[in-house]
Design a binder for this molecule. Structure first.
Ligand code: SF4
Ligand code: SF4
Ligand code: SF4
Length: 274
């Protein structure tokens, strides 16, 4: 029972969000949506605690395909960053604005970049490519491209509002399809070019601009007992995000890039990471 406590707490947290939004917005969709996501995450967590290597992929596919196929394509909700700007400019606290607030802006205070490790539908595909461990160190300067992408996405949607474009909902749907095709294409190209599945996350994804600040203060993080560390470097070699995880400080290099995959904890020979 004690082993199941984190999964139960996870489910309870999402149920609290589900019920609060259901009652305040008077819309049962929120109850079903957040209950489903909470259930997927708690099942994934249970699988992870039981030592199943596929636990993270299970969660990525269960949540990622739901959001991409059901919410994005069938329900025509643009859940990408452009959808967030769209709902924000429309003055509605719905769909993408709620999703961004929960998963990407305030949620990281609790679970860091868990979104990137367990729910993102772009990474769910990229993580299936063959370069799980980066072939070379991170190209630090390329990380600036994320901010360019962030600015472009904002300008694109702002331009539609300023230009008083008609059929905005239709445009946003096609932007969702086009944007995803572009992300997958760019993500796969960058993965092969840099021999690094997560190159897109490191250099191009604008969503990271939202995710990073609160992740710094995340309650959930990988701790390092530096007194146990024998400096073998295995954790840093296996880390898909090049985190300096053999340091305990929050200011560790690339600390806000951690996707909580826990690959580092598996390889540490002296169990210094947990
Ligand atoms: S950085 Fe972007 S593409 Fe990568 S997992 Fe996070 S949200 Fe998804
Ligand atoms: S390997 Fe460790 S430090 Fe790197 S992303 Fe995964 S959990 Fe974070
Ligand atoms: S794997 Fe463990 S012992 Fe090796 S550098 Fe990382 S924290 Fe230290």
């Amino acid at each position: 029972m004690k082993k199941l406590l984190p999964s139960i707490l996870m489910l309870a947290l999402f149920e609290a969000v589900a019920v609060s939004l259901w009652l305040t917005k008077n819309n049962i969709f929120y109850l079903l949506n957040f209950s489903y996501i909470g259930l997927c995450l708690s099942v994934g967590l249970t699988l992870f605690i039981s030592g199943r290597r596929y636990a993270r992929h299970f969660t990525q596919f269960a949540v990622g395909t739901y959001m991409l196929v059901y919410l994005g394509i069938l329900s025509r909700e643009n859940m990408q960053i452009e959808g967030f700007w769209y709902y924000l400019f429309s003055g509605t606290f719905e769909a993408a604005t709620i999703h961004y607030a929960v998963a990407k802006i305030f949620g990281p205070l609790l679970f860091g970049r868990g979104w990137c490790g367990y729910a993102c539908w772009t990474a769910m595909v990229l993580d299936c490519l063959p370069f799980k461990t980066p072939a070379a160190p991170r190209k630090e300067k390329l990380g600036a491209l994320r901010y360019v992408m962030f600015g472009l996405s904002l300008l694109l949607v702002a331009g539609l509002f300023w230009g008083r474009a008609s059929h905005l909902e239709e445009i946003m749907f096609w932007m969702f399809l086009g944007g995803n095709a572009l992300y997958y294409g760019a993500g796969i190209f960058l993965a092969y070019h840099f021999q690094d599945n997560r190159a897109f996350c490191k250099y191009l994804c604008p969503v990271a601009v939202f995710l990073k600040p609160m992740s710094y203060f995340s309650l959930l993080r990988v701790h390092c007992d530096e007194s146990k560390c024998v400096h073998c470097g295995k954790c840093r070699r296996v880390c898909p995000m090049n985190v300096e995880v053999n340091k305990e400080a929050r200011s560790r290099k690339n600390g806000t890039e951690c996707i909580l995959c826990y690959e580092c904890t598996r390889v540490c020979p002296v169990k210094a990471l947990k």
